[in-house]
Design a protein around this ligand. Structure first.
Ligand code: ADP
Ligand code: ASP
Ligand code: MG
Length: 467
């Protein structure tokens, strides 16, 4: 079996959904399990509904979510031929809308939005879209079956960033999904959402449908996980920032992981985790244009030709980074000091992709949104703190970075006028990361892209894209 995951823009309207149905039919012999995201922008609108309710604006919140449901009903009307199936779905959606209205009322009265309530509301996006796709497939002659993620995706109760309980998920998938595949049916389920032991909906973080797909693929030992999206594959940079991007034909698991971790939105940062040790290939494909996509399917093992050659393959960038530096009050033991700092970060669930240390000082880069008053207060117990805001990171991903003499001068030549606040180099052979001012990020990414990718220094690695 394979997993086919379709993102929001692949489901944005009836035409896009018709195309999803066509793609699933094309792959029917590979026994697909289909994972669906909410329709484009639906999760944003659900979040806005909840946040508007928390301001006490119940009517406004209900107007937002009602419009979203109308959008779904329009898709149903334009996609499904059978009026009885359409009205059955519209009936289910009507109940869901009533449930959301009740939640909105509660939030508006209390003027309080807990992460648990937010997840409950956001869970509806995937629950609606997946039902439409399942019905559309059935109508197109595919024996599909809608499967509720609450029947298998058990998670912890960290609402908003829940983690799957993998052993239970594996057992549940064998019970709920494997028999359908064995009967040659096409299970259609939801990305992004999970369920706690006590039956409450959770979400695994924004954009995490990719992660749901790879959890399912990893747990069921799929032959492949396909991520169908709105670009031709993994590109040399974010196409919204760099015009002349090229597509990568193949990438190692490690490179794909680094790229996603350091901000390439095309894959959720955790996507590679469930598949990397099982060597399950991940293929990134454009749902709106035929092509071969990018295949992530190998590990570097040191046996390749020119094992030491530097091969920069892509540039990821991230906005909204803060650099936090701490100077300890008592200089007696750096490792105890560092331990204390990392204990605080762990307690706040914060990971940092970059750290730098001098004799007693430690600096790390984190997402700006994680720098809360509580965190600052906790860290200040251990020393004096400096927080640099409005920074951004650039991560060059590839192979052979460590020990490669010429690469650093080449990078810095392209960034002569930029202030660099942190550098991470050497921890991995696969990346070099810099922190610069957020406002300079796009210019720096373009400069680096022009210097590193304009001339084809790595024949066979990239594919030019049709314009
Ligand atoms: P989906 O809704 O299908 O999950 P996303 O919007 O989450 O799609 O991810 C696809 C987007 O990722 C692309 O439209 C592109 O703008 C962005 N992106 C950022 N970096 C890269 C990259 N290196 N390669 C491809 N796409 C990238
Ligand atoms: N619908 C969710 C979001 O927008 C999950 C996803 O699309 O991957 O964050
Ligand atoms: Mg995505």
């Amino acid at each position: 079996m394979i997993v086919m995951k379709f993102g929001g823009t692949s489901n944005e309207d009836a035409a896009a959904m018709r195309n999803v149905i066509r793609l699933v039919k094309n792959h029917i012999d590979e026994q697909p399990v289909v994972v669906i995201s909410a329709i484009a922008k639906a999760t944003n609108e659900l979040e806005l509904t909840a946040r508007t309710a928390a301001l006490g604006k119940e009517d406004e919140a209900i107007a937002i979510v009602t419009r979203l449901f109308e959008r779904h009903n329009t898709i149903i009307d334009n996609l499904l031929v059978s009026r009885s199936v359409a009205s059955e779905l519209e009936g289910i959606f009507f109940h869901h809308l009533a449930e959301i209205k009740a939640l909105v009322k509660g939030i508006a009265i209390l003027r309080e939005l807990t992460p648990r309530m937010l997840d409950a509301i956001c869970s509806y996006g995937e629950r609606l879209s997946s039902r439409i796709i399942a019905a559309g497939l059935l109508e197109a002659g595919v024996e599909s079956e809608w499967v509720d993620a609450r029947d298998f995706m058990l998670t912890d109760d960290n609402f908003g960033r829940a983690q799957p309980v993998l052993t239970a998920v594996e057992v549940n998938l064998e019970k709920e999904i494997r028999p359908l595949v064995a009967q040659r049916k096409v299970p259609v389920t939801q990305g992004f959402i999970g369920i706690t032991r006590s039956g409450e909906y959770t979400t695994m973080g924004r954009e995490s449908s990719d992660y749901s797909a790879s959890i399912i693929g990893g747990a069921m030992n799929a032959a492949k996980v396909q991520i169908w999206t709105d670009v031709d594959g993994i590109l040399t940079a974010d196409p919204r920032v760099v015009k002349s991007v090229k597509k990568l034909k193949r990438l190692s698991f490690e490179e794909a992981f680094e790229l996603s971790y350091f901000g390439a939105k095309v894959l959720h940062p955790r996507t590679m985790l469930p598949v990397i040790e099982k060597n399950i290939p991940v293929q990134i494909l454009n749902s709106k244009r035929d092509g071969t996509g990018t295949m992530v399917d190998f590990h570097f093992d040191g046996n390749e030709e020119q094992p030491d050659a530097v091969r920069i393959k892509s540039i990821a960038h991230k906005n909204d980074i803060a650099v936090v530096s701490i100077f300890p009050r008592k200089r007696f033991s750096p490792y105890m000091f560092w331990e204390e700092i990392f204990n605080v970060l762990t307690a706040y669930g914060i990971t940092t992709g970059m750290t730098a240390t001098s004799e007693f000082k430690i600096a790390f880069a984190v997402d700006e949104t994680t720098v809360s008053e509580g965190l600052v207060h906790e860290l200040e117990k251990f020393g004096s703190l400096e927080v640099l805001h409005k920074k951004g990171s650039i991560c060059l991903v590839g192979k052979g970075m460590r020990g490669a003499g010429g690469i650093l001068p080449r990078i810095f030549q392209t960034l002569p006028d930029f202030q660099v606040y942190m550098i991470s180099f050497g921890a991995s052979d696969a990346n070099i990361t810099l922190v610069i001012d957020d406002e300079c990020l796009h210019e720096a990414v373009n400069n680096l892209h022009a210097a590193l990718f304009e001339h084809d220094e790595l024949p066979g690695m990239f594919e030019e894209l049709p314009h």
